[in-house]
Design a protein around this ligand. Structure first.
Ligand code: SF4
Length: 188
């Protein structure tokens, strides 16, 4: 990965990106994720898991004039390709169709779902609240289904199971389930 940046600003790369923000939906969320990824926070790969040309397009659209060059690792065979496809399809099915960046966001969230921490942490967001904003803004009909504030990664995978008619839960209702804290406990 190669970075080209001007002298460090008070908020580092995040501040630099936001100084160039286009005023589009998702600018701030993308800035958090890019800065975190470069600082080694979270689990997203270089380029947030996007193809190199897509990441360049994202930078040009959301942070025009910002200079940042990232070389993505080459494509390797993905043993979880089917799972990725399912998560991506679920997100795309629920995209808001208010802004084209929702398609990039769907790919980025899918990449973070492959990691093992809480989703907001894997995305490199500053708090869980930003993930709530991300989901509501980009995938509103999916976010609206999470009425009990389930942990987001658990919630996404539960939607996939329900789509397939699979009930992987060990209890008939969440209220009496021994795994309740796994699904609904604090995401810290
Ligand atoms: S709390 Fe139990 S029943 Fe509810 S979604 Fe989680 S595993 Fe399923």
């Amino acid at each position: 990965m190669q970075k080209q940046r001007s002298p460090v600003q008070p908020q580092g790369l995040y501040g630099e990106l936001m100084a160039h923000a286009a005023g589009s939906p998702n600018d701030e969320l993308f800035a958090q994720m890019i800065a975190s990824q470069i600082d080694g926070i979270g689990a997203l790969p270089p380029g947030l898991g996007l193809a190199e040309q897509d990441f360049s397009a994202l930078l040009a659209r959301h942070f025009p004039g910002a200079e940042l060059v990232i070389r993505n690792a080459g494509q390797t065979e993905d043993p979880r390709a089917l799972e990725r496809d399912d998560v991506l399809a679920l997100l795309i099915e629920h995209r808001a169709y208010r802004d084209s960046s929702e398609a990039w966001m769907a790919e980025i969230v899918t990449a973070a779902c492959m990691a093992s921490d809480h989703l907001w942490q894997d995305l490199g967001l500053r708090s869980r609240d930003y993930l709530g904003k991300l989901m509501t803004q980009n995938f509103p009909s999916l976010a609206a289904k999470n009425v009990h504030d389930m942990k987001w990664k658990k919630f996404i995978y539960k939607q996939l199971c329900e789509k397939e008619g699979i009930n992987a839960c060990r209890a008939p209702t969440c209220e009496y389930c021994a795994d309740y804290l796994n699904c609904f406990g604090p995401e810290e």
